[in-house]
Design a binder for this molecule. Structure first.
Ligand code: 5GP
Length: 174
């Protein structure tokens, strides 16, 4: 038995359309470059895989895994690298691909960590942004949707490792 219920916040069609728009903007901004897109595991996997197929410049991908959350929905404030990159990013044009920007703790840590490795440039694309929840100042260069302060699942986002395979982004009322 489960008491979890969903309310669709963003449909698969809306996501598809917005991903195309973001990819167009990114393709334009990186047309003279060969960006390295760094997906933040695991939540950004679905977004990254859709995004790269809409970008029409030559690119590379890599992944990092960080944790700031346990199986709880509240931020612990602690960021830990669980999987690092497979390569040096010195002189590369880095685009961090994140699922959701919430308190900002994860991305501000990751951004500073990657910046210290001397890339040529570093930007951030996030599919979702919850500006109300920010604990440290952080602004993404590209953002799919601003959403209210609700816990969402689907399109890669989980609750306790479940619901990543939903096509829509849904508010979870547990
Ligand atoms: P931040 O460090 O900005 O607080 O947290 C970013 C991370 O928290 C995201 O990558 C994601 O893993 C998790 N997170 C924040 N809000 C939500 C949410 O509404 N739903 C899910 N599934 N994860 C969230």
């Amino acid at each position: 038995m489960t008491n979890e219920s969903f309310e669709v916040l963003i449909t698969a069609e809306q996501i598809e359309e917005r991903v195309k728009e973001l990819a167009k903007e990114i393709s334009e901004d990186y047309k003279e470059k060969k960006p390295l897109l760094i997906g933040v595991l695991k939540g950004a996997v679905v977004f990254l895989s859709d995004l790269i197929r809409e970008i029409d410049v030559s690119l590379e991908i890599d992944f990092m895994a960080v944790s700031s959350y346990g199986s709880d929905t509240a931020s612990s404030g602690i960021v830990r690298i669980q999987k690092d990159l497979d390569q040096s990013i010195k002189d590369k044009d880095i685009l961090i691909v994140e699922d959701i920007l919430d308190t900002g703790l994860t991305l501000s840590y990751l951004f500073e960590n990657l910046r210290s490795r001397q890339p040529n440039s570093i930007k951030v694309v996030t599919l979702l942004d919850k500006p109300e929840r920010r604990r440290v100042e952080f602004k993404a260069n590209y953002c799919g949707f601003e959403i209210p302060d609700r816990f969402v699942v689907g399109y890669g986002l989980d609750f306790d490792e479940k619901y990543r395979n939903l096509n829509d982004i849904c508010i979870l009322d547990a």
